[in-house]
Design a binder for this molecule. Structure first.
Ligand SMILES: [Fe+2]
Ligand SMILES: [Fe+2]
Length: 417
């Protein structure tokens, strides 16, 4: 049965089947969902006046709200709806891309050096890691899109370094979205940057072996979590949070993770965040022995696994944070032009800001052009400026780096239209 409900009267346990506006104009990625968090209610109240609920799939308006008296534990106390979701930016993408790329280079050099030091048996200086991550936090706070976009520059021959930087960046962007304070972002970011440091103690033949691992090899591979915690524990200035992340980022909600088989409530909130980001980056980034998948496919899979493997609420928030066309996606417009998504506003999720890099005949634009699809909505040519499809990362040989790091941001701002 369909029932119309004013947004003030929504409660957990209702199944929202229709909004008072098209789904695609809303921040909700999934069309039809059960309300199980206060965040969802807040978001619906921001976007809609009323919605329709399906009383066969959930509560009716006359039903009592589903009980929410779940005991708060130390780990769950932070996943609350009272933290504001962070959306407003202090600087534009064009302003932030240059400082962000300098920070990415600095962090890249730092990690190469750090890996050499750890391989040589040295401990880590926490103060240096803190400095690198603090710079990244500052950039993410000003505008997360710039640093996140740089994750897509496949510029690093060392997969492990690139993966560490990517996981750190996305963790910070996600943490910002969740409203975590800056000092906590620094500590969780340090954990994300160093989460796989223990891999340096696992033989390379095992770490990068193609095909199935034997039982012993699997044990060795899994030991990177405890090795990582050990390395960090014997280093100076590494916060407990970061050590915990290295130790538990492969634990899974259903207790099937490692090293200890912890269940969801036993896994620290920060480690659950990094666990989600880690899986996302691993499956969307090409490693030498397997092909990557697009972010949309990755998010769909993670959504399907949200209850077994992850904190379901966090997975939903991660999907909301990245959006339908995550920054860095390559898309083709109806008119044939091809562009890289450089910014997304949550209430205009189908009309992101693009850097157009190929014309209608797929010839390179030099310099690239910036276009905000939202500004073309409703004009005569709007049909041509709709996104037709998401392309695979390697299509048309587009090298995002060559576009981004060329005379930025001056040339780009000149080319705006
Ligand atoms: Fe790992
Ligand atoms: Fe990892």
């Amino acid at each position: 049965m369909k029932e119309k409900v004013e947004v003030e009267n929504l409660h957990k346990g209702m199944f929202v089947s229709e909004l008072d506006r098209p789904w695609l104009d809303s921040p909700f990625l999934f069309q039809g969902f059960l309300i199980d968090t206060e965040n969802q209610i807040t978001e619906l109240q921001q976007v809609c006046q009323y919605v329709y609920i399906d009383t066969e799939k959930g509560d009716a308006a006359s039903d009592k709200p589903t009980s929410t008296t779940e005991p708060a534990t130390e780990n769950t106390s932070k996943q609350q709806s009272d933290m504001p979701l962070q959306r407003s930016y202090l600087s534009s993408f064009e302003e932030e891309i240059k400082p962000a790329s300098l920070l990415r280079d600095e962090a890249n050099d730092y990690m190469h050096q750090l890996f050499d030091d750890v391989r040589a048996g040295q401990s880590i200086e926490g103060s240096k890691a803190r400095k690198v991550v603090s710079g990244m936090v500052a950039s993410i706070m000003r505008n997360p899109d710039a640093l996140v976009l740089l994750n897509n520059l496949r510029d690093n021959s060392d997969y492990a370094v690139a993966h560490s930087l990517n996981v750190c960046t996305l963790t910070l962007a996600f943490g910002r979205y969740l409203g975590l304070p800056e000092d906590e972002l620094v500590e969780i970011g340090m954990g994300a940057l160093l989460h796989d440091i223990g891999e340096l103690r696992v033989p390379k033949e095992v770490m990068y072996k193609q095909g199935l691992l034997s039982r012993e090899e699997n044990q060795l591979m899994r030991s990177h979590t405890s090795h990582g915690a050990d390395i960090l524990q014997h280093s100076e200035g590494i916060p407990k949070t970061s050590i915990e992340i290295a130790r538990t980022h492969h634990e899974r909600s259903n207790g099937q993770g490692y090293p200890e088989g912890l269940h969801e409530k036993e896994i620290a909130y920060y480690a659950r965040i990094v666990g989600i980001v880690d899986v996302y980056d691993s499956v969307t980034t090409t490693q030498n022995y397997r092909d990557s998948i697009t972010s949309t496919e990755a998010l769909k899979n993670m959504y399907n696994w949200r209850n077994e493997l992850f904190d379901a609420e966090l997975v939903e928030q991660f999907i909301q944070c990245l959006g339908i066309y995550p920054v860095g996606s390559i898309v083709e417009l109806e008119n044939g032009e091809v562009g890289i998504v450089i910014a997304v506003e949550l209430d205009k999720r189908l009309q992101p800001k693009l850097m157009l890099v190929r014309d209608q005949l797929k010839k390179p634009y030099m310099p690239p052009r910036i276009i905000n699809l939202a500004l073309h909505q409703g004009d005569n040519a709007s049909k041509h400026y709709e996104i037709n499809k998401v392309l695979e990362p390697g299509d048309y040989g587009i090298d995002i780096k060559s576009y981004l790091l060329r005379e930025m941001p001056h040339e780009l701002s000149l080319a705006q239209h």
